[in-house]
Design a protein around this ligand. Structure first.
Ligand code: GRF
Length: 213
């Protein structure tokens, strides 16, 4: 069984979409081991509690970023987490956190990275006059909204779109993309090569005989 540790700060619709994929057996061999939030009253945390999942609120007050992250790391280890899933987690991770789970932290961002990292990506897309936008699931490195791209899904920007309309169209695709990306990572069929996440070379065919080892 592979264990996910979900980190969230808000409504948690991406978390709920992943939980639904698990319920529908679209992510076989995967379970949510713990849901952690830095926001005590995050709706996503309440939803996780109602679903009977293990949850934790890790307070940020009165601690350095690193001290806070140390507790989050400890809890992830305690629940034997294999993959850390950032699902609307509004905190920048300390280098120590990133190093604790090398290539095992995933994030989703509502733009086609490397375009529009940071806040209000949908607003940035509209301001730039983009005709296409979308979402990106990527491995987390020490830069914000940056790291090898696992997969992307695109949507059209429609004339007359405002930020909310575009965000809603992208969010629908986020809910599909995150589970697909988790499945891809756990499949073991992909690897990072020169900063790109690509399918592993297929094994050369074995034409074994009694004499080959
Ligand atoms: C999503 O748009 C995600 O891409 C971004 O934060 C938002 C979180 O939404 N990182 P939700 O809490 O999963 O509903």
């Amino acid at each position: 069984m592979k264990h996910l540790g979900i980190l969230l700060s808000g409504r948690g619709s991406n978390f709920l979409a992943i939980a639904e994929s698990i319920r529908l057996h679209k992510l076989p061999g995967v379970e949510i081991a713990v849901v952690i939030s830095n926001v005590e009253n995050a709706p996503g945390l309440a939803a996780a509690q109602e679903m009977g999942l293990k949850t934790a609120f890790v307070d940020t007050r009165g601690r350095s970023r690193e001290e806070h992250d140390m507790e989050v790391i400890a809890r992830l280890h305690q629940h034997k987490v294999d993959l850390v899933i950032l699902a609307g987690y509004m905190r920048i991770l300390s280098p120590r956190f990133v190093a604790a789970f090398p290539q095992r932290i995933l994030n989703i961002h509502p733009s086609l990275l490397p375009l529009y990292p940071g806040t209000h990506p949908q607003r940035q897309a509209l301001a730039a006059g983009a005709v296409v936008s979308g979402c990106t699931v990527h491995f987390v490195d020490e830069q914000v909204d940056h790291g090898p791209i696992i997969l992307q899904r695109s949507v059209p920007v429609q004339p007359g779109d405002d930020e909310d309309a575009l965000a809603a169209r992208i969010l629908e695709q986020e809910h599909i993309a995150y589970s697909e990306a988790i499945a891809r990572v756990l499949s073991g069929q992909y690897e990072c090569r020169d900063g790109r996440y690509v399918k592993r070379d297929t094994e050369p065919e074995r034409t074994g005989s009694a004499h080959t080892l």
